[in-house]
Design a protein around this ligand. Sequence first.
Ligand code: ZN
Length: 315
Amino acid sequence: MTDPSMTDSARVDRELRELADKQIALGEMRGTPAADPVNVPMIRHWLTALGDANPAYLDQGVAPPAMIQVWTMQGLRQDAKDRSPVDDMLAALQAHGYTGVVATNCEQTYHRYVRLGERLTPSTRFTSLVGPKRTALGEGYFATWNVTWYDEADEPVAEMMFRILKFRPRTGTAKPPETGRREPYPLRPAVNADTAFFWEGVQQGELRIQRCADCGELRHPPGPICPACRSTNRTHTVASGHGTVYSYVVHHHPPVPGRETPFVVAVVELPEGVRIVGNIVDCPTDAVSIGMSLRVTYRALDDELVLPMWAPGES
Ligand code: ZN
């Protein structure tokens, strides 16, 4: 059923809304029970990963409440019977070019502790699709759903509201248009009272590292209080601009607004003793390696924003 007076985007919007109404009408859909009961090895992995040394969980045989998603998380290979009302909605958004995704809200409510040996079952309800909205990342739709986890007696033990923005990534921001002015780069750093000195330094070609004005400890990222002596007096030092690759990832997917993939995001170790996150440029992605020597470089992403990045160089 097509109305010739409708534009393509209006047609897509109507199609998405109709699907959203259908998914909402499905109500709460019971998922597949957890593959494994709540167990010690998973809890131990979680506590180790988060650096949580609280012995109370394992001593009392309960899971950290924030682990709730862990127990029923699906693998990448999903059976058709495991599809929730959310999956079809996200697939439709994807098919219409809303390929970017960013989680915007997550609220979890815990009704009680989950105990070792319990096997939980998730239940999913799609609740709303809002859009299209223009955002800094691109045009997109906010999709919201709720998951409730039930125990074997069919009592809810926890709930979660989850909202994502599925967006059409903005592209081409790096190309200067006819006007000579570049499109503003969409992902801008948060500049506040704690970080302004850093960004002012970048504008002047200085890599500034915050220093405690009392005990002299360097810290990065910048913050209001010295983690060593709790002083709020701070100053900064200018780093040499040398560094080495401490760790890195090559980002292939998903698309990032204003960026061309693949690109490298690295944790760079500075000889001054702190680490900083930044992109590695002027280097093929497969030539990056741990321990590689780097030199800071400053790149303009638009007419105002300059970011420090890292290029191969001698330490
Ligand atoms: Zn200090």
